[in-house]
Design a protein around this ligand. Structure first.
Ligand SMILES: C=C(O[C@@H]1C=C(C(=O)O)C=C[C@H]1O)C(=O)O
Ligand SMILES: NC(=O)CC[C@H](N)C(=O)O
Length: 739
């Protein structure tokens, strides 16, 4: 157990946990993290100063906003003027660095062009915290910068490493001299009398080099200063508590049971939609749930994420779990009756899911198959907002923001090994299993005919170009002010179409086969809420194996397939700085989300920015993985990372607040931007991001199609508008189709 301890002060950034991981991985320390507005300290300097005595050093983190704004920096602002006996070594990163410079005479100015997710080669002094670092690539996430009125900022003639006349105490340590538009940008400095260092760039980013060396150099400098001062820390502080509260939900206990299953070959030209049609009668008046891996020419469109199609066959009596942001009521329904109902925060929902999954834990299912049975359903964007403490848009109805159904009987198709698995969690379900084996065996090859859909789709409302472009501009205004690094702007189109949802889904799967196709119809026992959803999402949000290996696959970067667009051209566009910057920000954000899960190990990025091809678009995809140990930590991984970073932008909390205001007129995003998938009774799970989808509440009878894209400082409003249209196209084709 290391005796050394570092305090990390978090300015609500979406990269903080990456910095904490960098510290833990490189130094013999424990790290305690507090927020800039920690209520124990904001109004109580004495208590804060005493608390600081617990630590060898402090890292003042990055964040949204302006370093001169006390609500943006909070406790960080107190570090520079502590009485001598309380002063301790500090490393300021980005916002923390800007606040340090401001405190000692530097000016803060806006960059001519914000630098978000851009990687630059820096010029450094090769001493102090940069000693021995060599070539240095640095990821930048900033709109503002420090100006010392240093001569180098005017012409390049003077020595860049001596302090400017105006700020004699701040010694430059690194510069970005690569930017013609912005001129030289100060990238690091230290205070020549106090133990304060700062860097403008993000050493913890996956694309920065030299992060470990920088942190080790800083620690050596900080330790030397502490030794010279004879400064000693008081005690080892307590570790941070877990995010999920323990909420006990009493559900009947059942011993773990073996899964009953059969395997039948799935050869020829069989079609999953036909399989659903013949299995529909097995659901006793409920609808089958389909999580489909799309195929083209009988091959999965993406075998990495889309190998299996899952048909859940719930009965109308199946256990349901619902929760709404409106009344915060967690409701469990079983056998058509409400068996539990209590108001609780979203953390209670995760606890209830954990408890249901523990109760239904099963074993001995087919090892290849990721789903043996379990909870299938969704969590809305607004349910995600609850976990980051952002108020959701006001709504009239308490519609379920979380809705899961327990699936005890299922049929799963393996599109790679051409095998169908028929599975049941109920004991002695042999007769049913054998019956379904027979049905599947008799399934004819490719008999499916697309049901005709009436040409009655009508757009009721939707975005218009001028307004959408104005919203892009509103986003960019915030980006230039340093309030956000990237904002995923979205809008909604409402369409009336009275065709059967299943018929519409069948068209969608033909038009846009996707690794996360989905069709579901959920209804509560009283039919107060009834929901249809059709999805052709290309994007995995989060999956975890039964062994606890988890994977995020954010998509960021989109090129529309149009006349003349080839994969090669798309790759060129997606290699551009703008597209890579968009993707990099989300990769770092997801690393942060995952690094924040207690007990996670080996967080890594095995794939960075690869191009994937879909029916209407090319996409840039990255993969972030890590190892989790217990069932509780897999649920925590989900709890920690909603709403999906690819649908918010970074930093997540501030970005969601800003988007809430910019998108206010469209109301809640609802299921769009949420996640859909399952918790498997064997211990695994898989959730997609709900995009390229449409959903409909029966009360309204109107389909909602959300679409949008990431806005950065480099975006052009017209191109953003076109991108949004491209993303909703496949749904528009289906919902407005005339046959
Ligand atoms: C916002 C959407 O998509 C998201 C935004 C993307 C982008 O900005 O390139 C790509 C995939 C999704 O994460 C959408 O499909 O509506
Ligand atoms: N990453 C950061 O800390 C950003 C700091 C500040 N908000 C800026 O945009 O310059």
């Amino acid at each position: 157990m290391p005796k050394n301890s570092i305090l990390y002060i978090d300015a609500y950034d979406s990269f903080s946990n990456n910095i904490i991981a960098l510290l833990r991985d490189n130094l013999p320390v424990t790290v305690e993290s507090i927020k800039i507005d920690d209520s124990r300290f904001v109004l109580n300097d004495d208590v804060f100063q005493k608390y600081l005595n617990n630590f060898n050093a402090v890292v003042a983190g990055p964040g949204p906003g302006h370093p001169a704004n006390s609500t943006d920096v909070g406790l960080i602002g107190k570090l520079w003027t502590l009485p001598d006996e309380c002063t301790l070594p500090v490393l300021g990163i980005c916002l923390g660095f800007q606040n340090l410079a401001l405190a000692f005479g530097g000016d803060i100015e806006r960059l001519n062009e914000p630098r978000h997710g851009l990687v630059r080669h820096l010029t450094h002094c090769d001493r102090d915290i940069f000693s021995g670092i060599g070539e240095l690539d640095a990821t930048q996430y900033h709109s503002l910068h420090v100006r010392l009125s240093h001569d180098i900022e005017v012409d390049h003639s003077t020595d860049p490493w001596t302090p400017a006349r105006k700020c004699k105490q701040l010694v430059p340590l690194a510069w970005d001299l690569s930017d013609l538009n912005n001129g030289p940008i100060l990238m690091a400095a230290w205070h020549c009398h106090k133990p304060f260092w700062g860097v403008q760039y993000h050493p913890e980013s996956v694309c920065s080099s030299g992060g470990s060396e920088l942190i080790q150099n800083w620690w050596a400098e900080a330790s030397r200063w502490n030794a010279v001062q004879g400064r000693q820390c008081d005690v080892t502080p307590p570790t941070v508590s877990r995010m999920i509260e323990q909420v006990t939900v009493s559900v009947e206990y059942r011993a773990p049971s073996p899964v009953g299953w059969r395997a039948v070959p799935y050869g020829g030209k069989k079609n999953v939609a036909d399989l659903v049609n013949i299995l529909r009668v097995q659901c006793e008046r409920a609808e089958p749930i389909l999580l489909e891996s799309g195929v083209r020419d009988f091959k999965p469109v993406n075998p990495e994420t889309g190998r299996f199609s899952i048909i859940g066959l719930p009965t109308k009596d199946a256990l349901q779990l619902r929760w709404s942001t409106k009344d915060r009521l967690l409701t469990l329904e079983a056998e058509g009756k409400v068996v539990y109902s209590k108001q609780m925060p979203i953390s209670g929902v995760y606890a209830a899911v954990e408890s249901i999954m523990t109760e239904h834990k099963a074993s001995h299912g087919p090892t290849d198959v990721p789903f043996w049975g379990g909870l299938v359903g969704y969590m809305s964007y607004e349910a995600g907002l609850e976990s980051i403490d952002v108020p959701p848009a006001a709504v009239e109805d308490a519609r379920p923001d979380v809705w899961f159904m327990l699936v005890e009987r299922s049929v799963v198709v393996d599109h790679v090994k051409h095998c169908t698995y028929i599975q049941s969690l109920s004991e002695s379900d042999e007769v049913w299993l054998d019956h379904v084996v027979e049905l599947v065996q008799n399934l004819n090859s490719h008999t499916s005919e697309l049901p005709s859909s009436k040409p009655d789709g009508v757009i009721i409302s939707g975005p218009n170009k001028a307004e959408y472009c104005a919203k892009v501009n509103a986003c960019q205004k915030q980006l230039r002010a340093g309030e956000s690094y990237e904002l995923c702007l979205t809008d909604q189109t409402l369409i009336r179409n009275s065709a059967k949802p299943w018929a519409l889904y069948q068209r969608l799967r033909e038009a846009n086969p996707a690794p996360f196709g989905a069709y579901l119809h959920f209804a509560d026992a009283e039919k107060k809420h009834e929901l249809d959803l059709i999805s052709s999402s290309p994007e995995r949000f989060l999956s975890w194996s039964r062994g606890g290996k988890c994977q995020f696959r954010p998509i960021k970067g989109t090129v529309k397939k149009e006349a003349g667009m080839t994969r090669k051209k798309a790759e060129e566009i997606l290699r551009s700085e703008k597209e890579r910057a968009e993707n990099l920000m989300i990769v770092d954000l997801i690393r942060h989300d995952l690094n924040g899960v207690e007990g996670v190990r080996d967080v890594c990025v095995p794939k960075l920015m690869q191009v994937e091809e879909y029916a209407t678009v090319y996409q840039l995809v990255s993969v972030i993985e890590g190892q989790l140990d217990t069932a509780a930590s897999t649920t925590a991984a989900l709890a920690n990372s909603l709403p999906p970073g690819s649908m918010t932008g970074a930093p997540k909390k501030r970005s969601c607040e800003l988007l809430g205001a910019i998108e206010a007129a469209s109301g809640p995003r609802g299921l769009y931007s949420g996640v859909l998938g399952y918790f498997d009774v064997g211990g695994g799970g898989d959730f997609s991001v709900i995009i390229r989808s449409a959903f409909k509440w029966s009360e309204d009878g109107v389909w909602t199609v959300g679409a949008g894209g990431a806005v950065t400082a480099l975006s052009e409003p017209d191109a953003e508008w076109e991108e949004m249209l491209a993303k909703r196209q496949s749904l528009m084709d289906v919902l407005l189709a005339s046959s």
